[in-house]
Design a binder for this molecule. Structure first.
Ligand code: NAD
Length: 252
């Protein structure tokens, strides 16, 4: 991949696993300094080692809980202390309860809103002044669940539809400061986060039948899309949702 992000400082959340880890590896490969964070310090340290071994730059801020403004602020402050700027904020981390309306508890609902929606607002709030200075970019990880909704997705669809709406607001409010904002909607991607869903009998086969590209998504599919959106080649792109779903939404 072309080294197009030299000198950029990129904050990515959830770098201990799945899409966040793949994103950290790709952004580092493209020349960016990655400021990664996660609740899970052990797995994030592993990502740190992978990037160092590949000759890239990553600062590891973990464990950090992005459900609190203080956690988000610590993450952003670390980027400023180390590099003096923030060019890209990728709000990617999330955790959610997948339950039906009758089985989801109020506590599980609140947990999902906190860890899938509030952290997008809080991370953006903490980074906003620095993004205004750099005329930077916000990437939010949404989902195909933010284009529809199915059984067990009451909280997940609520948050991911909201993330897409928030992205429009960020693009509008950011425009005067030269900030772009986009969301990415992954289809079903093979990660620890989707293992339970994909492990249900017949789930993978049903998905493949609905998909125009007959395979499951990989974390690198999303990482490469994010690197493109952060590059100068995407300078005219803002306020959109970029679906990387193998045609699932068109066809499902
Ligand atoms: N995997 C999929 O099929 C899929 C599909 C569509 C959208 N997404 C979205 O992509 C993003 C990444 O998904 P993934 O499958 O890689 O997830 P994952 O579960 O593999 O990784 C998420 C990471 O976020 C961290 N995290 C969760 N809550 C946190 C908090 N409060 N503070 C700090 N870190 C926290 C977790 O520790 C974990 O390491 C999520 O926003 C998810 O909703 C995933």
């Amino acid at each position: 991949m072309a080294s197009s992000l030299d000198g950029k400082v990129v904050l990515i959340s959830g770098t201990g696993s799945g899409i966040g880890r793949a994103g950290a590896l790709r952004f580092a490969e493209a020349g960016a300094a990655v400021v990664g964070c996660d609740l899970d310090a052990e797995h994030n340290a592993e990502t740190h080692r992978m990037i160092s071994a590949a000759g890239g730059t990553m600062v590891d801020v973990s464990p950090v809980d992005l459900g609190e403004l203080a956690g988000c602020q610590a993450w952003v402050d670390r980027a400023i202390d180390e590099f003096g700027r923030v060019d890209v904020l990728w709000n990617n981390a999330s955790a959610c309860a997948f339950k039906t309306i009758d089985t989801m508890t109020v506590e599980e609902w609140d947990f999902s809103i906190r860890n899938e929606l509030s952290l997008v607002f809080l991370g953006t709030k903490a980074a906003w002044p620095h993004l205004n200075e750099s005329h930077g970019l916000v990437i939010n990880t949404a989902s195909v669940a933010g284009h529809g909704g199915g059984v067990g997705g009451i909280a997940h669809s609520a948050t991911k539809w909201a993330v897409r709406g928030m992205t429009h607001v960020m693009a509008a409010e950011g425009a005067p400061g030269g900030i772009r904002a986009v969301s990415i909607s992954p289809g079903v991607i093979e990660t620890a986060g989707s293992a339970e869903q994909l492990g249900m009998p017949g789930a993978t086969e049903a998905l493949l039948r609905q998909s125009l590209v007959p395979r499951l998504g990989q974390t690198d599919d999303i990482a490469k899309a994010a690197v493109f959106l952060a590059s100068d080649d995407a300078a005219f792109v803002t306020g959109i949702d970029f679906r990387v779903d193998g045609g699932l939404v068109n066809h499902g």
